[in-house]
Ligand binder design. Structure first.
Ligand code: ZN
Length: 465
């Protein structure tokens, strides 16, 4: 398997430190608000990749941090007169609601910054002893010029960055690029005791401290959105490698931006959707399908129309699956059809092994469905083991991408959509059983309710009038 490594800017063969173990760290949210669907893309893509590693037989330990102390959290909680901790806990609950709606598997560990203050302080002390950090009146900064490799991930050069950096008034740092490891507590802010007085940790240091605690000094995969490459991940490298003198991360994976009408989604442009809003209107499967249809590193165009067409594609998959289940019920021991399922599986794996090319993977699943649909359309009993192999292929590949509705998902979907699909499936079965009068009756009654059905070779889709 090859992964594009942001550090080396090339596709590299994936070789974890201790196979089959894989240590995987993903930067999580700062919990001051609901996350937007651009972050949702990163969470979903890391989830798909994690599931693929599990499919490949790796034993993955997946850690995602929760930044539960930060300027924005303090500001928001002050605005509504709540304790920062209590406010962060409330948003963490909302975060879990949304990732569940997106069918993202829970991390093995969700370390919180406020629960790792000792580890963070210990790490800052090491950096200070090694002269990578210095204190100014209760603030501790990382001295960027001391770390030889600074800029190696982002490809930025310190000199260029310095000349571009604005000189702040009352600058207490030695160098404009130096960043805070520990922040002196201001009036009314939450604080912890430390060797530098009362204060709180900076953002970057928590990821170094928590990844080290939960995954060790060298981790296999570190992932996050493109916007985290600089300065966040660059700073994580400076901290972890400065303290440990060891390679911090073997493979850096970064997810592309989510664009709306070719512009990066952002609050300031007003083209901003929370994952909450999107999951209220669209099924997690169609959102994931749209994500899977774009390579994880590229920009992803996001619109209602694209979500609707992703949902249409999924109807084909769901209809196919229903037909498959009923074909299994009617299967027998007739000779196997001549479709090489293993060949499709190999193509699928080749696609995902090539820097996780999910668009190609999706295309292969749909080629496969098309092939099998031809056999199902003959409507004669089919070899049982063959059909079970077909089912196993679809289950395992769709499970990685999270695009197949499973019975456990039923509770989280709109009941309306489920009922309509139930009727469509009953009608399909009626037709398969040559009970055309029942099939027509179902269709006519649905039309009366304002639901128009459209039949095609790939199955039946519906439209609400
Ligand atoms: Zn991080």
């Amino acid at each position: 398997m090859k992964i594009y490594n942001t550090l080396t800017k090339s596709k590299e063969e994936f070789e974890p430190v201790n196979p089959p173990q894989v240590t995987f760290y993903m930067c999580g949210p700062t919990v001051y608000d609901l996350f937007h669907i651009g972050n949702g893309r990163s969470f979903v893509m890391s989830d798909m990749f994690r599931k693929y590693l599990i499919y490949k037989g790796y034993n993955v330990k997946f850690v995602m941090n929760l930044t539960d102390i930060d300027d924005k959290i303090i500001k928001r909680s002050n605005e509504i007169n709540t304790d920062a901790k209590e406010f962060a806990e409330k948003i963490i609950k909302e975060f879990f609601t949304d990732i569940e709606r997106l069918k993202v598997k829970k991390a093995d560990v969700y370390p919180k910054a406020t629960e790792h203050i000792n580890e963070i302080i210990d790490l800052i002390k090491i950096l200070q002893e090694k002269d990578y950090a210095y204190e100014v009146d209760g603030d501790v900064f990382y001295n960027v010029s001391k770390f030889i490799g600074y800029g190696k991930l982002s490809g930025k050069k310190i000199d260029d960055l310095e000349s571009g950096a604005r000189i702040e008034i009352n600058e207490i740092k030695k160098n404009p690029l130096d960043f805070a490891l520990w922040k002196n507590a201001k009036e009314g802010e939450p604080f912890w005791d430390s060797p530098w007085g009362k204060g709180r940790p900076g953002w970057h240091i928590e990821c170094s401290a928590m990844s080290m605690k939960h995954l060790g000094e060298t981790i296999d995969i570190h992932a996050g959105g493109n916007d985290l490459i600089f300065p966040h991940h660059e700073n994580e490298i400076a901290q972890s490698e400065g303290a440990n003198g060891k390679q911090f991360v073997r493979y850096w994976m970064h997810f592309g931006f989510l664009n709306i009408k070719d512009e990066k989604m952002s609050k300031s442009l007003g083209n901003f959707f929370t994952a909450r809003e999107v999951t209220k209107k669209h099924s997690p499967e169609s959102i994931r399908m749209l994500f899977a249809q774009t390579h994880y590193r590229g920009p992803l165009n996001f619109s209602e129309d694209l979500l609707d067409s992703a949902a249409k594609g999924l109807e084909k998959l769901n209809n196919f699956y229903e037909l498959l289940i009923s074909a299994i019920e009617k299967s027998d021991e007739t000779p196997k059809p001549e479709v090489d399922i293993e060949e499709f599986r190999k193509k699928f794996e080749d696609a995902l092994d090539d820097d996780f090319n999910t668009p190609q993977g999706v295309a292969i699943i749909f080629d496969f469905i098309k092939e099998i649909n031809k056999i199902l359309a003959e409507n004669t009993p089919i070899n049982r083991n063959f059909l079970l192999d077909v089912k196993s292929f679809v289950d395992s590949t769709a499970e990685i991408l999270g695009i197949l509705k499973t019975s456990e998902d039923a509770g989280s979907k709109g009941i309306e959509d489920q009922l309509i699909n139930l009727l469509i499936n009953l009608r399909t079965k009626a037709k398969a059983d040559k009970n055309f009068s029942l099939a027509d009756e179902i269709r006519d009654e649905m039309i009366k309710l304002g639901i128009t059905l459209r039949d095609s070779k790939e199955g039946t889709t519906y439209k609400l009038n």
